[in-house]
Design a protein. Structure first.
Length: 126
């Protein structure tokens, strides 16, 4: 990834975070937190994959539907805030960041393995 792409990723993440903080009532019900966990821009800077985390998790589907409905508006707000810094406003594609789910799944597996090893060791001592 080029330095230009990295800078653009950081700019988009910051600006989108600000937008979601200000406009969150449009996308989510009260008490729902939306975090921009990462942005990956294409090499030609035309497409931005935006990864979001939603808490509580049961609101994910609702939030994603609303974001898709407001995608053009989000892009327009983004364009107004970064128009002096970039030539082209990228197309925004939103995805749920499931990294935390994956981490929890791996932790459960390790815990299960640890418990099985402990049980095995306890049985061999008898």
């Amino acid at each position: 990834m080029s330095i230009r792409q990295e800078k653009f990723n950081k700019l988009l993440q910051k600006e989108l975070s600000d937008i979601f903080q200000r406009e969150s009532s449009s996308f989510a019900s009260k008490g729902t937190f939306i975090t921009i966990s990462g942005v990956k821009i294409s090499s030609d800077l035309s497409i931005a994959n935006v990864y979001i985390s939603v808490f509580p998790e049961n609101q994910r589907e609702n939030v994603m539907l609303n974001i898709e409905l407001y995608n053009k508006e989000i892009r327009k707000i983004l364009a107004q805030s970064i128009r002096n810094q970039v030539r082209v406003i990228p197309e925004l594609r939103f995805f749920i960041d499931d990294t935390q789910d994956y981490v929890q799944h791996i932790e459960k597996i390790f815990k299960k393995i640890h418990e099985e090893e402990k049980d095995k060791n306890d049985n061999t001592k008898d």
